[in-house]
Design a protein around this ligand. Structure first.
Ligand code: GLC
Length: 542
């Protein structure tokens, strides 16, 4: 039987921002269960839930204090079982996040490590070192945290611990056999509870070169680690030994029938990324090359061909991603003038230049029809089906992303893509819940609500529903064939199977539209395909 994930569309749910069942301003698992029909009606094949485990929420729940439970703010294990049951009744799969690179500082292991002192087995589950300098008061290496500042924090007895992310997220030591056992057991725990897959956070981390002396990194831009892509022998990332972890996990997951699937977050150039999906490792990785491609037909042609070939070389399928909880929402990105510095755009005093949201929305709709037409599987992020823009002007005191704090308040971080969803045109928190919302929703947020869009055939929600309904016509076709005549200049044109022709016009000017039944279009058509528009046509292939 064909593995279900090979042509699936997974809908990413950010639980704190999806739906709030108890009016405390924080989305929760019962809220997701209550809104499961939205995901079914959209036509997705399943959901990917970002972390919902007990957590101090120092990094949106990616700081896990207990890998086998649910944070009380979000519900309990019974609520989780009910969520899985309700998804499965509707034919939806459930993929959950697993965060193996680090724990929360509130995890009992880290507390025990602090209490047990230097040289203890408890400390050896993490990465503790003495400092440099005469009194050991300099960090053990110059490594920087991804969120800004040093990657080391000193504890009262004088040792330092490593945290590639926030200080509240101490890195685990994957040379410790107990750490490996623990994660095997966590995989089994959730697989027994019926999950259909795991998304592996920072899958290219975990194993590190920690031999003394620790190797300093080249620092760039006045204090960031050099780009991993530039260093094939990076001490912290993409170490050869990490692959053995995934071979081991594959054996663990093979204890279940069918084995839960795996998708890794691997921010590496494709030639290094695809090694994570060799046949005895993970099933998929997110295709960040596609995600980073600018709105340009030639660039898309290159990345599509390369992604398909790369995946085929290791026997997997490509994935197509355009949004997630770590990125500026695509509608805003595509509405910025070319060449805008995105980092600068998100700075505290940013919003300059303001995106052209109409242009961004048109392009985002066309991009959705591109991503959903490509062979392989696609990942959607909650709210993209509503065409939500980035909320770039959140008040500074509302920001929770550690990037804001750790950058000395220069980088607003990722909260603008995490604002709770609008379900109704007005009312308390636009239908998100009966109370407020943990991140403030902007004035007028209800114009993008599900209720405002569902009766409107031209809405973005209706477009996604139509596209997902029609995708089934060709999704099982493994190949894509570029059209020899139509595929040129600003127009991407390819066939999916014998009858479906996909056209995407990345240029500003309209182009002639071939005859055929319009399966779905991102824009109005008048015998022409307007600029920044896309269409799926049904017509016999010559
Ligand atoms: C991943 C997550 C991100 C998180 C980081 C640390 O990149 O997607 O949200 O901050 O890992 O766990």
């Amino acid at each position: 039987m064909q593995q279900w994930w090979r042509d699936a569309v997974l809908y990413q749910v950010y639980p704190r921002s999806f739906a709030d069942s108890d009016g405390d301003g924080v989305g929760d698992l019962p809220g997701i269960t209550a809104r499961m029909d939205h995901i079914r009606d959209l036509g997705a094949d399943g959901i990917w839930l970002t972390p919902f485990h007990p957590s101090p929420w120092a990094d949106g729940g990616y700081d896990v204090a207990d890998f086998r439970d649910v944070d009380p703010l979000l519900g309990n294990l019974d609520d989780f079982d009910a969520l899985v049951g309700s998804a499965h009744e509707r034919g939806l799969r459930v993929v959950i996040d697993i965060v193996p690179n680090h724990t929360s500082e509130a995890h009992p292991w880290f507390r025990a490590a602090l209490a047990a002192g230097p040289g203890s087995p408890e400390r050896d589950r993490y990465v503790f070192r003495d400092g440099r300098g005469t009194n050991g008061d300099l960090p053990p290496s110059n490594w920087r945290s991804t969120f800004g500042g040093p990657a080391w924090t000193r504890v009262p007895d004088g040792q330092w611990y490593l945290h590639f992310f926030a200080p509240e997220q101490p890195d685990l030591n994957w040379n410790d056999p107990g750490v490996r056992d623990e994660f095997r057991d966590i995989l089994r725990f959730w697989s027994r509870r019926g999950v259909d897959g795991f998304r592996i956070d920072v899958a290219y981390g975990l194993v590190k070169d920690l031999d003394d002396p620790l190797r300093d990194l080249v620092l760039v831009d006045g204090g960031r680690n050099e780009d991993i892509a530039a260093n094939p022998d990076h001490p912290l990332m993409d170490r050869p030994g990490v692959h053995e972890v995934y071979r081991d996990w594959r054996r663990v997951l093979a204890e279940f029938d069918p084995p839960p699937t795996t998708v890794g977050e691997v921010w590496l150039p494709a030639e290094r990324r695809i090694r994570y999906t060799r046949p005895d490792e993970l099933d998929q990785t997110f295709n960040f090359d596609f995600l980073l491609t600018p709105w340009d037909a030639d660039a898309y042609r290159r990345v599509i061909d390369a992604s398909i070939a790369d995946a085929a070389a290791v026997g997997t399928v490509p994935t197509w991603v355009t949004n997630n909880h770590d990125l500026v929402r695509r509608v805003s990105l595509l509405g910025l003038p070319p060449g805008t510095d995105l980092r600068a755009w998100l700075l505290a005093d940013g919003r300059d230049p303001l995106p052209d949201l109409d242009l961004g929305a048109r392009r985002a709709r066309a991009l959705a029809l591109l991503a959903l037409a490509l062979p392989g599987s696609a990942y959607l992020y909650q709210g993209e089906e509503l065409g939500l823009p980035e909320v770039a002007d959140l008040p500074p005191d509302a920001l929770e992303d550690p990037r804001w704090r750790r950058s000395g308040h220069t980088d607003k971080g990722r909260d603008g893509a995490r604002v709770p969803l609008p379900w109704t045109p007005d009312g308390p928190s636009y239908g998100f819940g009966e109370g407020g919302s943990w991140l403030p929703q902007p004035e007028g947020w209800g114009r993008w609500s599900v209720e405002a869009q569902q009766g409107d055939p031209d809405s973005t929600l209706s477009l996604y529903r139509r596209a997902l309904a029609r995708r089934g016509d060709f999704a099982a076709e493994p190949a894509l064939a570029w059209d020899p005549d139509l595929n040129r200049g600003a127009v991407l044109a390819f066939w999916r199977g014998p009858e479906a022709l996909v056209l995407v016009n990345t240029g500003p000017d309209p182009v002639d539209l071939p005859r055929g039944e319009v399966m779905v279009a991102s824009t109005g058509l008048d015998r022409a395909l307007p600029g920044d528009g896309a269409v799926w046509l049904r017509r016999p292939r010559a």
